[in-house]
Design a protein around this ligand. Structure first.
Ligand code: ADP
Ligand code: MG
Length: 444
């Protein structure tokens, strides 16, 4: 199980994250649905608690259908699963960087390079601007400002600029931070009375990349400090690259003087990729992972997820995991199965009307269009009423909404169906069994 989890995370996480969070971890015990792992530091423990445990639970639930609990413990803590706990474990030798956070070296994600970036309509301009800036930092577009929705490649491009600049000039100093990291570093430097060092660190770089600056909103002191950092770098003709999910003037509580400076350079937006680009991105990723996957399956996946490249990649990973768990080759129908689960889980176990319709139609071997249609024959009417009943019971959808989803029926039809089925359930044991069966399938 642990090996499987590791393999999955290897594809999910960057090499750096993987090495940090997974490699340093040892599985200790697995019994009665509880996985105990040993982590080297308290930081690992927190990170596991806050982040990775949940992901492992989801992964295992999706792949082998078991709900497990993950407990991360430190070497000095006892194994909660055993009473006689032994400590004959080799000491972990993860290096701890003791420098203040703001002085730590930037680790750029190795995967985020220009080589791995697929150019399409939505990002063409941003890509071109990124290349220019990497080749001629500080000369043309300063600052370069990327804006656009989540998962569209802003962070990827920022790292790519960093990599390219270091490839051109290995002596260059490149610093990548999120706006939150910048804020934390700043606060930290005040608390530890190391503001001078903080300033020196940030103002002596050749390239400063600050990601997601929408989180500067509401942080007065940090904005003030960033204003001075910006000016110092700008005056030295050092390149600044910023990103946000929206334009500077749309960021609430961002100081006017910052907004106006951010407009000095070039702002480019990144818009969602079209279908062709999405397919190309999937093809690239599949090739990089040595994944045998037919073209029509890639098109299918690309057709399912249209606005977020991170989710698109996640879908591919999901299909891959599903295939390796079921030992079936990747095909479009396998992908459809794998992604059905994803949709169910993605919405925090929220059951949608269309999923209910799908399951009910399959269960009674009728078509979805019949289920939503007007035919009055018994073997269609009953499943239709059951589906409406389940929609009423298991979703938050309003009566008119449910009616609408069933081919535009009146809400009174939904009420009638619900009453009919709940009435029959009190006496009809066969119906009880079927409805319970369906509920079980839906909640899985
Ligand atoms: P953002 O910062 O805009 O939220 P990211 O840069 O984190 O988005 O991108 C999300 C994921 O999608 C990353 O894994 C990234 O490598 C990938 N990605 C985004 N755009 C592209 C692209 N054009 N080609 C290849 N991968 C991409
Ligand atoms: Mg980002």
């Amino acid at each position: 199980l642990w090996q499987y989890i590791c393999d999955e995370f290897k594809t999910k996480l960057s090499t750096i994250s993987y090495n940090t969070w997974l490699k340093a971890v040892k599985p200790i015990a697995f019994s009665s649905q509880t996985l105990v792992i040993e982590v080297p530091t308290a930081l690992h423990k927190d990170y596991w608690k806050a982040n990775l445990s949940k992901q492992v639970v989801t992964l295992v639930a999706d792949s082998i259908g078991q709900t497990i609990t993950v407990i991360a413990k430190l070497p000095e803590e006892p194994n909660p699963l055993s009473s006689n706990f032994s400590t004959n474990r080799a000491q972990n030798n993860t290096k701890v960087d003791s420098r203040p956070t703001f002085m730590r070296e930037t680790k750029l994600n190795e995967k985020y390079t220009f080589d791995t970036f697929v150019i399409g309509k939505g990002n063409q301009m941003a890509h071109a601007a990124a290349l220019v800036v990497a080749e001629e930092p500080g000369a043309l577009y300063n600052p370069l400002f990327f804006f656009g929705g989540v998962g569209l490649g802003k962070t990827h491009l920022m790292h790519a600029i960093g990599h390219q600049m270091l490839a051109n000039n290995p002596q260059a100093t490149v610093k990548y931070v999120t706006s939150e990291a910048f804020a934390n570093d700043f606060i930290n430097s005040i608390q530890t009375k190391r503001q001078e060092e903080f300033r020196k660190e940030y103002r002596s770089v050749d390239l400063l990349l600050v990601d997601d600056i929408q989180f500067f909103a509401d942080k007065e002191g940090t904005q003030e400090e960033f204003f001075h950092t910006f000016n110092a770098l700008y005056d030295d003709k050092k390149q600044i690259v910023l990103s946000s999910d929206r334009l500077p003037n749309e960021i609430p509580k961002l100081q006017k003087r910052l907004v106006s400076r951010f407009k000095w350079g070039l702002s480019v937006d990144i818009t969602p990729p079209d279908l062709e680009t999405r397919i190309a991105i999937l093809r690239n990723k599949a090739d990089a992972d040595d994944l045998a996957i037919p073209d029509d399956t890639l098109s299918y996946i690309a057709g399912q997820i249209d606005s977020n490249i991170r989710e698109l990649e996640g879908a591919l990973v999901r299909v891959q995991a599903y295939s390796s768990m079921t030992h079936l080759p990747i095909s479009t129908s396998l992908a459809a199965d794998a992604l059905k689960n994803l949709k169910l889980n993605g919405k925090s176990n929220e059951i949608s009307i269309s999923v209910i319709q799908d399951k009910v139609a399959k269960y009674y071997h009728i078509s979805i269009s019949d289920l939503k249609g007007k035919k009055r024959v018994k073997n269609i009417v009953i499943p239709r009423q059951i589906a409406m009943y389940l929609a009423r019971e298991l979703t938050d959808a309003s009566l008119p909404k449910i009616g609408h989803e069933f081919g535009g029926k009146d809400h009174t039809t939904v009420i009638h169906a619900h009453e009919k089925i709940s009435g029959a359930l009190s006496t009809d044991t066969e119906l009880q069994r079927e409805v319970n069966d369906l509920k079980g399938k839906l909640k899985k």
